[in-house]
Design a protein around this ligand. Structure first.
Ligand code: ADP
Ligand code: ZN
Ligand code: ZN
Length: 700
């Protein structure tokens, strides 16, 4: 007997074969089974999506090819997982095959059935079971106890609004622990925004749970792992051996058949939003998945996203999340660092470090404490310029400047990667006097070293300045090594980008300084203030984490706008006041979370073509009779160039679509998809390279 199956394979976005393909099989196969199928001239991994009856076939039976093999030993993916993939694909306007296959570990796609079978035979290493030694637990603070009690008693989703250093991680650990003790097969997913925060988290969870549940019970899942490691973790999660999965945004789509708890730490972090392919928000999918699978969802942050904050307003006002508050820092003092603003208008022009800040740093070092200085721009200087003509280090392929990196004397484009040696003289007029404009972390480090020469540590030795940013941590293990040096106290002053402002539990840093955060205050991006506020709060949170020192810790901010209301809120560590102000502005302006938005982006060799395609698709939508579903409730704005309008010689344009109704926006986008696809085939789409939709975009 022949069985007809619809099977998902990896298909390029917007290709003609976007949906499942039909295959035949001699064996009956359950939906969710993994198979190998012929696809063109290749053999690829497929996911059985559904079974079909002969009457519903779209082609003559004789044309339907047979599957090549079944990946035995891997249980079918669950109905809930398939539903999650279905939701993600339709909500974010991508094909099912793309989302489903991208959610599987890459090696699963590459291994033949026989290779996989061999892999599955290898014993899972380190599966030491039931050695019941759980480490002694610290006593919870009152606030932690209360948060956990509410978490147990209520259904959520929960927003754990806890100050930096309030002990949110301990709350996550206890919630996971309670779950595992209550339910012998339950699984928990714990997500963090950055790969480099996973080792620290894994160490914590291992120390707490490996003794009791075995080493194999805790696995990580992120893109920094090798393909064999990822496959191993994925299989452990899929098979239920892994009870705790720690990961970055991609982990939200992992197969976890017994998922009962999802933690999203630093839930406000922009890196939860995927920025290519299916541009999903892992935080939003976590909330959806929790509801779908009956798993409790715990979002945590000291500076929640305004969306989550708004959702956690009182139920009487329409809130849907339960807000758990932990306003105090752990420890004797429990105080948050004092915020000090330096009015840079009172300094000579082009001052980088005010004398007050410098002497405060020097004082800390002399006392044996550590300081951290951050600036959100890496490299030596963002621009190199000629003093006699108007030459600047523009990238020939992008509408952006190439950044000067002094260490290897290169000009590097941070958008397309184009790199050249720094010219000896101005390429335009031959003048040898070309100079860096502005300043990045590399230059800041150099400058600070000059200013602090002569400053000694308590033991009389010279001070040590180190820099941590994407440039110094390019090599594997470099970041761990550098962080270890900081922790060991070998570094006195740490200079870096926002990479150092997030998450790390530095014990001896008592002073944090933002030397020039003004850029974001007047940005065109409506989310810029929110991001800056949270970055500064996060950064402040690095200071004084050791209770003994917290009373004296400080956050310094140099600004030309000390009167800005954001700084007033920051000074009082008053996220709620800041959020209330922002939400009022957003409501008046009709911005998210009071409206819903999507962007359609188009890329072409010229702006004209890119914008033309979008405007043509918009015109086509407005001419439809009857109107497209949802059309009456959406606003389509004219196409505009993107902020960085050209990258690697490709012109980029975007169109904003807005609606007061999420459902209407969804209906419209689904219906409009075919129109966009058709426009591409018509004169309006000539020369278009690609287009894509970004639902709930982070930047507009
Ligand atoms: P957050 O994530 O909220 O910024 P952490 O979870 O990093 O804070 O906790 C800050 C520090 O306080 C950590 O070193 C942690 O081990 C410690 N800590 C957490 N809870 C307690 C507690 N109940 N008693 C003592 N120390 C605690
Ligand atoms: Zn010149
Ligand atoms: Zn470039």
């Amino acid at each position: 007997m022949i069985h007809w199956l619809s099977v998902l394979v990896q298909t390029p976005a917007h290709s003609a074969v976007a949906g499942p393909l039909t295959y035949q099989s001699e064996l009956p196969l359950a939906a969710g089974s993994l198979v190998r199928v012929p696809f063109g001239t290749r053999e690829v991994l497929g996911v059985v999506w559904d079974t079909l009856d002969a009457a519903s076939l779209d082609r003559p039976e004789s044309e339907i090819r047979a599957i090549t093999a079944v990946l035995e030993g891997v249980a079918p993916l669950t109905q809930a997982w398939r539903q999650l993939v279905h939701f993600a694909a339709s909500y974010y306007q991508r094909s099912l095959g793309e989302v489903a296959l991208a959610a599987l570990p890459p090696q699963l796609r590459d291994l033949s059935a026989a290779q996989l079978a061999r892999r599955l035979k290898r014993p899972a290493s380190g599966a030491t079971d039931n050695i019941t030694n759980t480490p002694d637990l610290i006593a919870l603070s009152e606030e932690q106890t209360r948060a956990i009690a509410r978490f147990d008693a209520e259904t959520g989703p929960f927003l754990l609004f806890g100050a930096t250093g309030s002990g949110k991680t301990e709350v996550y650990l206890r919630c996971v622990q309670a779950l595992l003790e209550r339910d012998a097969t339950a699984q928990a997913l714990v997500m963090v925004p950055e790969i480099n925060l996973t080792p620290q988290l894994e160490a914590l969870f291992r120390a707490r749970f490996a003794g009791r549940y075995g080493e194999a019970a805790v696995v990580s899942l992120h893109s920094g792992m090798t393909n064999p490691q990822r496959l191993k973790s994925w299989l452990a999660a899929h098979g239920g051996v892994a009870r705790i999965v720690l990961g970055t945004r991609m982990a939200v789509l992992a197969s976890l058949p017994r998922l009962r708890l999802i933690v999203v730490d630093e839930e406000h972090d922009p890196s939860y939003k995927q920025q290519e392919g299916a541009r999903y928000s892992a935080r939003d999918l976590a909330v959806y998945r929790g509801r779908l699978e009956g798993a409790k969802v715990l979002l945590g942050s000291a500076t929640p996203s305004l969306e989550s904050w708004h959702h956690s307003r009182p139920a009487a006002e329409g809130g849907r999340y339960q807000r758990l508050e932990m306003p105090s820092r752990i420890g004797a003092g429990g105080t948050l660092p004092r915020v000090r603003l330096v009015d840079m208008n009172l300094q000579p022009k082009n001052t980088v470090f005010s004398p007050q800040l410098l002497s405060a740093i020097a004082e800390r070092v002399a006392r044996g404490e550590q300081a951290m200085v951050f600036l959100n721009r890496r490299g030596y200087a963002p621009v190199l310029a000629c003093s006699s003509c108007d030459w600047k280090s523009e990238c020939p392929h992008c509408s952006a400047y190439r950044v000067f990196h002094k260490i290897d004397r290169t000009l590097r484009c941070h958008h397309c990667g184009f790199t050249e040696r720094v010219p000896r003289a101005c390429p335009s007029c031959g003048n040898v006097d070309i100079a860096p404009l502005g300043r990045g972390t590399e230059r800041l480090e150099e400058h600070l070293a000059e200013l602090l020469t002569g400053v000694r540590r308590p033991d009389g030795t010279a001070l040590c300045i180190a820099r941590i940013d994407a440039d110094t941590t390019r090599h594997k293990g470099a970041l761990e090594y550098q962080l270890a040096q900081v922790h060991a106290g070998e570094v006195d002053v740490l200079v870096g980008t926002q990479m150092i402002a997030k998450g790390h539990d530095f014990r001896r840093i008592t002073l944090v300084a933002a030397v020039n955060p003004d850029g974001a205050l007047f940005s065109a991006d409506f989310r810029a203030p929110e991001r800056l506020f949270s970055l500064l709060m996060q950064a402040a949170g690095r200071a004084g984490r050791d209770a003994a020192q917290s009373a004296a810790s400080e956050m310094w901010i140099q600004t030309l706008h000390p009167q800005h209301p954001m700084f007033a809120a920051l000074r009082r560590h008053d996220y709620a006041a800041f959020a209330a102000g922002q939400l009022r502005e957003r409501e008046q302006a009709g911005l998210p979370p009071f409206s819903y938005a999507a962007l359609v982006r188009a890329e072409a060799r010229t702006q004209e073509v890119a914008q033309g395609f979008l405007n043509a698709a918009s015109a086509a939508a407005s001419a439809m009779e009857p109107p497209l579903e949802g059309y009456a409730q959406v606003t389509l704005f004219p196409a505009v160039p993107m902020t960085i309008q050209r990258i690697a010689n490709v012109e980029r344009a975007q169109m904003l679509i807005e609606s007061p109704s999420r459902a209407a926006l969804q209906r419209f986008l689904s219906a409009w998809h075919a129109v966009l696809q058709a426009t591409r085939q018509q004169p309006g789409g000539k020369g278009l390279i690609r287009w894509a939709v970004d639902v709930d975009p982070l930047a507009i």
